[in-house]
Design a protein around this ligand. Structure first.
Ligand SMILES: [Zn+2]
Ligand SMILES: [Zn+2]
Length: 182
């Protein structure tokens, strides 16, 4: 590695040692410290200005160009340093949804929403249901109205054919399919 790449003037937020640039990201120069920032998250290369912002503020503004898993689709998110000093990806600061189980606050994460009251409640609303990836709009509809609009392509157990259905949420936050009337 050349000297120029190594001199980034960045300080580890965890232990205040110098951060060093490596091919796969930034590592704390203090061997006992495990803090590191990957060069790339979800195929989004973290620019020096993103990294600087993350270190200085503990989080970034909304960044676009993250890739969904196994897909060419991209999405916007905020990067944040957690209390455990890990870099986490968070969908944008949006309206707060109430946990259907404990009435606490749900937090968005890359695979849906989970209750911020993780230990006592543990409720998770996944962004996949019955083989379908649910859009932000559909999750929003579920959390606010307890039901989505009709979504096509659900397989019905009865005959194995594909039908349109609405996803509905019950009192406890569990989902089911409403195929409507035959
Ligand atoms: Zn450190
Ligand atoms: Zn909850």
């Amino acid at each position: 590695m050349n000297q120029k790449e190594n001199s980034n003037n960045l300080i580890c937020p965890k232990c205040s040692s110098r951060l060093e640039t490596f091919a796969r990201g930034l590592n704390c120069s203090n061997q006992k410290c495990t803090f590191w920032i990957p060069r790339e998250i979800r195929q989004k290369v973290l620019t020096p200005s993103i990294i600087k912002e993350l270190i200085e503020n503990g989080k970034t503004r909304l960044i676009d160009g993250f890739h969904k898993r196994g897909s060419s689709q991209t999405f916007s998110a905020i990067l944040e340093i957690t209390k455990e000093w890990k870099i986490t990806i968070r969908l944008k600061d949006q309206e707060k949804y109430e946990c259907p189980k404990c009435k606490g606050i749900l937090r968005s994460f890359e695979r849906g929403y989970k209750c911020s009251n993780e230990h006592d409640c543990g409720y998770v609303l996944w962004n996949r249901y019955s083989g379908k990836e649910l859009s932000q709009e559909q999750l929003h509809a579920l959390l606010l109205n307890k039901r989505t609009k009709k979504i096509s392509g659900f397989k019905r157990k009865k005959d194995g054919k594909l039908y349109s259905a609405e996803i509905v949420m019950d009192e406890s936050g569990s989902l089911s399919l409403d195929f409507g009337r035959d």
